[in-house]
Design a protein around this ligand. Structure first.
Ligand code: NAP
Ligand code: GDD
Length: 366
């Protein structure tokens, strides 16, 4: 049985990737960090894989700040594939906590790559690094491709650029099978609530349900290439199945403004966003990335990967999912989701009452 290790398994992408790999028959080892309250709602629905005599989902405590634990885990587990998805991933917040962001999102990658070497697994493992279109920043070419020069515009993007080059360097220096996936923005009903798409879908749902009337946002002119996270995790896996390691842009090759996303999400719920959205300068960034649009032709040619879901359909599926949550009483006013089962939105909406779900959470020790 093939064995994969995922850092960042509790995040949006980690949860979809875990599902995808379990579906392919992998044994999946997820690294979780210690938090004062459990923070695993996006993978709660996978709990059955953790149980029984031969579990296929196994969680381990670890942190990208802790080299020794990474070496030990890699030495003991000897995974076939490592997906490094862990990061402080919020761009604006990286201006508030730059050292921390650089330590986790940048230096953390040096720690895990070095752990691959120190654990002795080296060439035996295939390594995926979650790189970002934010590295293109003040874009030097439109659309952006693998060879487009980087001009990072935030501490987060600087850290990701360092991590990208470390991945390339370890590939060249130690002949590691190390790939850098340069993913453009990808979203889903599991997206963190403080990224703009999810803020919009939650806001629209709560306004529609009469729970709030206003939604505060920053720059509505920024253009992003938004795809569906569930489809992007397959591209990560495909990169690690090739004969040779490489770097790939994953995108939709379409770009839309935040305004367009508002139009699609609010429109889906029969709302006019102009009546509800107000400007708050708090959400502006000291330096902004104005335009992202990716050229995924290398991924199409070499991986056979293509996006299926475009911005409008994505905004609609997110608005639908959050509206179902509000109707089930699971989204509070001001867009603050309740704790229980938050990440498992697709299945919560189809089954189980909030109370039953909360009880289920309480009854299983973790
Ligand atoms: P996310 O939802 O913010 O998830 C980040 C994950 O990293 C969470 O599981 C988080 O754990 C974990 N983490 C944070 N700090 C850690 C640390 N010190 N040690 C170990 N784990 C830590 O991010 P995402 O949207 O799934 O993105 C996955 C990766 O792709 C990230 O590296 C992100 O920067 C990158 N990326 C994302 C996009 C996008 O549009 N989504 C685009 C390009 C690249 P907790 O749950 O405990 O916080
Ligand atoms: N978060 C947020 N909140 N963004 C807002 C808001 C708001 O209230 N109002 C406007 N925006 C604008 C931002 O200024 C930015 O131009 C755009 O919406 C997208 O912001 P985010 O959704 O926070 O995403 P991001 O593009 O900064 O970063 C995401 O994508 C990167 C890939 O390009 C993150 O997922 C990164 O981790 C990822 O690497």
């Amino acid at each position: 049985m093939r064995k994969a290790m995922i850092t960042g398994i509790t995040g949006q992408d980690g949860s979809y990737l875990a599902e995808f790999l379990l579906g392919k028959g992998y044994e999946v080892h997820g690294i979780v960090r210690r938090t004062s309250s459990l923070n695993r709602s996006r993978i709660d629905h996978l709990r059955s894989y953790e149980q029984g005599p031969a579990p296929r989902l196994i969680l381990h405590y670890g942190d990208l700040g802790n080299s020794a634990a990474l070496v030990k885990l890699l030495y003991e587990l000897r995974p076939d594939e490592v997906y490094n998805l862990a990061a402080q991933s919020h761009v604006r917040i990286s201006f508030d906590i730059p050292d921390y962001t650089i330590d986790v999102t940048g230096t953390g990658v040096s720690r895990i790559l070095e752990a691959v070497i120190q654990s002795g697994i080296g060439r035996a493992v295939r390594f995926y690094q979650a790189s970002s279109s934010e590295m293109f920043g003040k874009v030097q070419e439109v659309p952006q491709r693998e060879s487009t020069p980087f001009w990072p515009r935030s501490p987060y993007a600087c850290a990701k650029a360092m991590a990208h080059w470390l991945t390339v360097n370890y590939r060249e220096a130690y002949n590691l099978f190390a790939c850098s996936g340069i993913l453009f923005n990808h979203e889903s009903p599991r997206r963190g609530e403080n990224f703009v798409t999810r803020k919009i879908s939650i806001g629209a749902a709560c306004i529609k349900a009469g729970l709030q009337d206003k939604l505060s946002l920053g720059n509505l002119d920024a253009k992003r290439d938004w795809g569906y996270a569930k489809e992007y995790v397959e591209a990560m896996w495909l990169m690690l199945q090739q004969d040779k390691p490489g770097d790939y842009v994953i995108a939709t090759n379409e770009t839309h403004t935040v305004r367009d996303f508002l139009e699609a999400a609010f429109g889906r719920l029969g709302l006019d966003w102009r009546r509800h959205v107000e400007f708050d300068e708090h959400y502006l960034r000291p330096t902004e990335v104005d335009l992202l649009i990716g050229d995924y032709s290398k991924a199409k040619r070499e991986l056979g990967w293509e996006p299926q879901t475009r911005m409008k359909a994505l905004a609609e599926l997110m608005a639908d999912a959050d509206y179902r949550l509000t109707k089930a009483g699971r989204l509070c006013p001001f867009g603050k989701p309740e704790e229980s089962g938050f990440g498992n939105i697709e299945s919560i909406c189809d089954s189980g009452s909030p109370g039953a779900r909360a009880a289920q959470l309480d009854s299983v020790p973790r």
